[in-house]
Design a protein around this ligand. Structure first.
Ligand code: GLN
Length: 207
């Protein structure tokens, strides 16, 4: 079984560890560079992206994670994790940096004060089956996508209808919402499959 790390500097780490295990992989926390090196995939949880940004630098995780992303490590980011994977932010603090990797611009806290948290059922082709309950908590949305970015889900109702809230580019996956809090592990299963495929690919090329 692949070993999937959950970046454990801030945010809802425990929920992701549980969801990864329910999705059929082994899960471990990642707080040190040596732990970044040991995993087959990485989850960046929801939380506060300005804080996660600061702590990945203090813990000297920023460069090792960026390097592994460049080398093709599968990474899944939810909410603040989506912000960390975005190449560009709008509405962030001036000194806020991301890890980058996905050719998107995200808008932080995009849904505004009145609906800053809400839930909606989304039809997501990439995971199939029944619509998925999506929980948004002071969530970002994706404002612009580059040509290599695959849109997996958009908001379907209300004033934000049409806004992009789930994307994939290569081995990087990101959602504005939090599948780790709903008990529906299909998004984590999709990610675990991406990790398995990456490992199979790596084995094939070293032969
Ligand atoms: N608003 C948070 C941020 O900008 C994200 C919220 C979340 O992860 N639930 O980082």
């Amino acid at each position: 079984q692949p070993l999937i790390g959950v970046l454990a500097v801030q945010g809802d780490v425990r929920e992701h560890l549980y969801a990864v295990e329910q999705a059929g992989a082994r899960a471990t926390t990642v707080r040190r560079p040596s732990e970044v090196a040991a995993v087959d995939g990485l989850v960046i949880p929801g939380g506060e992206s300005t804080t996660i940004d600061k702590l990945v630098r203090i813990f000297e995780l920023r460069d090792p994670i960026r390097q592994r992303i460049d080398e093709g490590l599968p990474v899944y980011g939810s909410c603040a994790g989506m912000i960390m994977l975005a190449d560009r932010i709008t509405g962030g603090r001036a000194d806020q940096e991301t890890l980058g990797g996905i050719d998107i611009t995200v808008r932080r806290n995009a849904f505004g004060r009145q609906v800053d948290s809400f839930e909606e059922d989304l039809h997501i082709h990439a995971i199939g089956g029944a619509p998925m309950r999506a929980v948004f908590i002071r969530a970002p949305w994706v404002e612009e996508c580059g040509p290599d970015v695959e849109v997996l889900a958009t908001v379907e109702q209300g004033p934000a209808a049409g806004r992009v809230v789930a994307v994939r580019q290569g081995r990087l996956l990101a959602t504005s919402f939090h599948p780790e809090v709903t008990g529906d592990h299909r998004f984590h299963q999709l990610f675990v499959q991406m990790v398995r495929d990456a490992r199979a690919g790596a084995r094939a090329t070293t032969r």
